[in-house]
Design a protein around this ligand. Structure first.
Ligand code: AMP
Length: 380
């Protein structure tokens, strides 16, 4: 199947081709025609499935050439759980939208940064990508109006509810026009997500895409048995001997993330930590430098794992095991995405052995565990 055959315009097809995107993913094949036909859609799909473009493309087609009439009226609203996701979705709108003859203007707004610049720039925006809390603040200060919204997207609905945004979400949904197209995306179909669906979607087209776990074959996995003290040297040994240029490292705590990043830097490896205690400026800078390849190692906690979307990430290292199998799958799902093979390396201590067994069972994949005792880590 081609983008042409599912109704995407030539201008957008060229913009996609410029990003080496030529064949629609399964969610795009199914969602794009439904959205273009103005149906409500419930997409059960994870990050990595190509879900973002599956709603960005039809929204752009709908808005191209439409005059917003200026002012503070927006035409499409995309609700997302985190700032990182807001920035990434906005980037997809921008990178594709500017290729159109009549530019579609999008903007990301999120909390944790000063509201004033966001208020000032809320003019002539077509698509607003927002986290719920900040959107409500902007609404209350009359920086944005909802009357002209004809498309609503709720992305990563499960995550939004897990992060405690239920009340904000309900409030926002009560403020939006009743007649509009509703698109709901979620990795899982929890009772809360089903509730939103029942209350707000009109005869939706339901699309279910196999989770990342079923694409596990794309990821080559290996685990090293290592003591806690030797984890740091082993990490530096692997980065150097495998000549890693771009590696995402997961730790179990903010403290640990900072420590690992500091030690990498002390050993001449360009590294930054990204976690909830870093300022928004620092988080943005980390994402930008990591994405553009000028940062070798990004050390992250699980909270930020979802938002990290990089076209092709060659290496993911689990410095510490995550608590749950789902987190594990999410973490390593950052690599081996969109048909590219990647490598996931996991450090396990003797104490982790049982827990790692559970993770492998859940992921339905056996991972080879190698001893690291024999590695000469002196000097790393
Ligand atoms: P998403 O699931 O929206 O987070 O997208 C995951 C990644 O897949 C992004 O880096 C996209 O650039 C990429 N992508 C989206 N659609 C396609 C496609 N049709 N072919 C190849 N890569 C794609």
């Amino acid at each position: 199947m081609s983008f042409d055959s599912i109704g995407i315009s030539p201008a957008l097809i060229s913009a996609l081709a410029a990003q080496n995107i030529t064949v629609p993913t399964p969610i795009q094949e199914q969602a794009i025609p439904a959205i273009l036909a103005k149906k409500d859609v419930l997409g059960i799909a994870q990050t990595g499935s190509g879900k973002t473009a599956s709603y960005v493309l039809p929204i752009l087609m709908d808005l191209e050439g439409k005059n917003t009439g200026g002012g503070r009226e927006i035409n499409a609203l995309v609700l997302v759980p985190t700032r990182e996701l807001a920035l990434q979705v906005d980037e997809v709108f921008t990178s594709l939208g500017t290729s159109l003859r009549y530019h579609v203007k999008s903007k990301a707004v999120y909390g944790g940064v000063s509201i004033n610049p966001q208020m000032m720039s809320m003019h002539n925006i077509n698509v607003l990508v927002a986290t719920p809390g900040r959107l409500l603040e902007l609404y209350r200060s009359k920086a944005v109006k909802f009357n002209n919204i004809n498309t609503l997207v709720i992305d990563e609905a499960d995550k939004m509810l897990n992060l405690g945004f239920k009340e904000e979400l309900d409030r926002i949904l009560s403020l939006l026009p009743k007649i509009k197209q509703n698109l709901l995306f979620s990795a899982t179909l929890s009772p809360d997500v089903q509730n939103i669906e029942r209350l707000h979607l009109q005869n939706p087209i339901v699309i279910t895409i196999a989770p990342v776990a079923q694409n596990m074959e794309l990821i080559s996995q290996i685990a090293y048995l290592v003591t806690e003290e030797r984890k740091g040297p082993l990490l530096r040994y692997l980065i150097k001997t495998e000549e890693m240029k771009q590696v995402l490292i997961f730790t179990s705590s903010i403290y640990q993330a900072d420590l690992v990043a500091d030690k990498l830097r002390n050993n001449g490896i360009n590294a930054r930590a990204i976690h909830g205690k870093k300022s928004q400026g620092s988080r943005n800078e980390s994402m930008i430098t990591f994405k553009n390849g000028s940062l070798t190692a990004l050390v992250a906690t699980d909270l930020l794992a979802r938002g990290i979307d990089i076209e092709f990430l060659p290496f993911v290292i689990n410095y510490d095991l995550p608590r749950g199998p789902k987190d594990f799958i999410h973490r390593i799902g950052r690599t081996g995405r969109a048909e590219n093979a990647g490598k996931a390396i996991t450090f396990i201590t003797i104490e982790d052995d049982h827990h790692f067994g559970v993770i492998q069972k859940k992921m339905k994949k056996q991972v080879e565990i190698l001893e690291s005792d024999g590695f000469k880590l002196h000097g790393y």
